[in-house]
Design a protein around this ligand. Structure first.
Ligand code: CDP
Length: 222
């Protein structure tokens, strides 16, 4: 029997990462931040001077990724890249390499390797549709584009990055369009996903909703 999985997919800055991390901590399960893997590929490509549209070379980078997630930090080749990974330029570059089918294929096995007992919470765009189609609970977390831009703005300012709200809003809209319209693994809710609109919900209230759905599903399965 494979370990159970809860997937949380949704558009950029919908709060999936924060919700997924908190949920994983509450349940004592592992957490996969799949967006970090796309960010790492983009970062490494930029560092090696590889064109972000060069599918074969970026896929090679994806296959050779030496990544370690430990205590809230991400290490690439043994170096801490946690902060630089959250930079908006890396996020935008990630959404460009994420359209490349060979890159997505290269990251599949790596992502599935995170499925360990007692369970996994995985967040991203295609966790419920492609990577873990047999997940026991699938959540699609969304929020209005304006509230997502405001959240991202606050997050960046708190971390000491400079940011402008109108620029963020424009970038988010571009990223939404790129994620939703790509040919491979486009952003969309799985058919069996529950949709949660968090425009008017804070992190704790959102985690509560997911936990309620998780417990209800487990009760039904008994
Ligand atoms: O937090 P944000 O949505 O900005 O970024 P992220 O979740 O770290 O993901 C960065 C980029 O990777 C996204 O814009 C997506 O284009 C891509 N991605 C993807 O295609 N599939 C995933 N499972 C996760 C991320």
């Amino acid at each position: 029997m494979s370990a159970p999985v809860i997937t949380i997919d949704g558009p950029t800055a919908s709060g999936k990462g924060t919700v997924a991390e908190k949920l994983a901590r509450t349940l004592g399960w592992a957490w996969l931040d799949s967006g970090a893997l796309y960010r790492l590929c983009a970062l490494q490509a930029q560092r090696e001077g590889v064109d972000l549209d060069d599918e074969e070379r970026v896929a090679q980078i994806a296959r050779a990724l030496r990544v370690r997630f430990a205590q809230g930090c991400v290490e690439l080749d043994g170096h801490d890249v946690t902060d630089v990974l959250r930079d908006e330029s890396v996020g935008n570059a990630a959404s460009r390499v994420a359209v490349l089918p060979a890159v997505r294929e290269a990251l599949l096995a790596l992502q599935r390797g995170f499925r360990v007992a007692p369970g996994l919470v995985a967040d991203g765009r295609d966790m419920g549709t492609v990577v873990f189609p047999d997940a026991e609970l699938k959540v699609f977390l969304t929020a209005s584009v304006e509230s997502r831009a405001e959240r991202r703005y606050k997050q960046l300012i708190e971390k000491g990055f400079s940011a402008k709200l109108p620029d963020l809003l424009r970038d988010l809209q571009q990223r939404d369009a790129r994620d939703a319209n790509r040919a491979v693994a486009p952003l969309r809710p799985a058919e069996d996903a529950i949709v949660i609109d968090s425009t008017h919900l804070d992190v704790d209230a959102t985690v509560e909703r997911v936990l309620k759905a998780h417990h209800a599903r487990r009760r039904r399965a008994c």
